[in-house]
Design a protein. Structure first.
Length: 411
């Protein structure tokens, strides 16, 4: 009686999350219906466009908000590359495992002549290979494999390194491999985002150039430094906001960065002075002569802003910057800013920047993470030490004034 072939179950497929579609199903249907009805004679006046390019219907009245297609930001590109690298590593591991299984089924085939396990194993390898192709590029193509070595095609001759096609072969001596990739162009080249809105005071219409400028490399940018410069002031590390980082309560991003920098540099007295004030200007004076910086400035800023942007209101304001580049125009030389002032002639030319703009890049990374709904909720942490309170600072100021006056009277 013939033995029943034992075939291992197919490996579980790796679950990879593709980037989200620009619109949900309901919105997509509404857009299709809009253009279908508009194409009919006499409907142009009922289905029109708003001044900002959205779709507007008269009956029933309503507006369909469209999204803009924009190039990928540096942080988006980094996230996509990381996604691909992780996916490829996982697929490669499975591919190697299935390839070993395929070779084993070949050996069994040579001994027993059972074909079905070979076909199943070969199909698994082919599927994993195709999925790795899909991760590598967004281009559909046919790849030529010229003069392959025998052991790359005939697995039962893995020690044979001779050319597969002998001289004088009547064929083209080239194997063709179909590479099909499921990455859509918008996932590779750019993405769809909601039209950015900028907060403004009621009854006012701020000039666009007040908060958005054009860099020489073609990008739109928000240039910021202090909190009161324009509507981008909330991006400044000076912006007053209380939060806890590493069991210490701070009153601004700048204070957290400088205190953590002093801690890393083992400047305990300086750190104590930084926590003894809530004034960003005072902190700048205290750290004016500190030349060394943390080993990972962007990482520190990213950790700080991740804590700060747990606040929902601030999240909305950060998202309102759309996909603009965020540029910290700090005149000081160092990794945090660009080492140019806001009004410097070279501020709009990235080739002239002297710093790494770690603050701006960290903010862009947090913005992307928020937009994708991937910002991790910070665990509750009780502060074991804290910046001086506003009341304590006011008392300290009053005491300094009184002492100054007393000193004056003595003279």
């Amino acid at each position: 009686m013939a033995e029943t072939e034992q075939v291992e179950p197919a490996a579980e497929p790796v679950k990879l999350e593709a980037p989200a579609e620009p619109y949900d199903k309901e919105t997509t249907q509404a857009i299709n219906m809009f253009f279908k009805k508009r194409s009919k004679k006499g409907n142009q006046s009922k289905f029109t466009f708003t001044s900002d390019g959205n779709l507007e219907t008269k009956e029933p009245a309503g507006t369909i908000q469209l999204k803009s297609f924009v190039p990928l930001e540096q942080s988006d590109r980094a996230a996509l590359d990381e996604y691909r690298s992780n996916s490829l590593a996982e697929l490669q591991e499975l591919y190697e495992k299935e390839l070993i299984g395929l070779r084993e089924t070949w050996e069994k085939y040579r001994e027993h002549g059972t074909v079905r396990p070979v076909l199943i194993a070969n199909q698994r390898v082919a599927e994993l290979d195709a999925r790795m192709c899909a991760m590598r590029s967004a281009v559909r193509d046919i790849m030529a494999i010229k003069k392959p070595v025998t052991n790359t095609i005939l697995l039962n001759k893995r020690h044979d390194v001779s050319q597969l096609f002998p001289l004088g072969d009547p064929f083209n001596q080239t194997l063709m491999r179909l590479a099909f990739y499921d990455f859509k162009p918008e996932h590779e080249l750019g993405k769809y985002v909601a039209q950015p809105t900028t907060p403004q005071e009621e009854g006012t219409e701020p000039s666009e150039m007040l908060y958005q400028q054009s860099l020489k490399d073609g990008r739109r940018a928000r240039i910021f430094f202090e909190t009161d410069s324009d509507v981008n002031g909330f991006l400044s590390p000076y912006w007053p906001v209380e939060f806890v980082l590493e069991e210490t309560k701070y009153s601004s991003a700048l204070q957290a960065y400088e205190a953590e920098r002093a801690k890393e540099l083992k400047m305990d007295e300086l750190r104590k002075q930084i926590l003894g004030t809530r004034s960003p200007r005072t902190i700048r004076l205290l750290t004016k002569k500190v030349a060394d910086h943390p080993q990972d400035s962007k990482g520190l800023w990213l950790k700080i802003f991740t804590q700060i942007y747990q606040d929902e209101h601030l999240r909305e304001r950060l998202l309102s910057t759309g996909t603009d580049a965020l540029v910290y125009a700090d005149l000081r030389v160092g990794p945090s800013g660009i080492a140019l002032a806001e009004k410097d002639s070279g501020v709009l030319d990235p080739s002239k920047w002297k710093g790494e703009n770690a603050v701006g890049l960290a903010l862009e990374t947090v913005r992307t993470t928020i937009r994708e709904g991937a910002l991790k909720e910070a665990p509750e942490s009780k502060a074991k030490e804290s910046v001086i309170t506003e009341e304590e600072q006011e008392k300290a100021k009053l005491g300094a004034i009184i002492n100054a006056k007393r000193g004056g009277f003595r003279h």
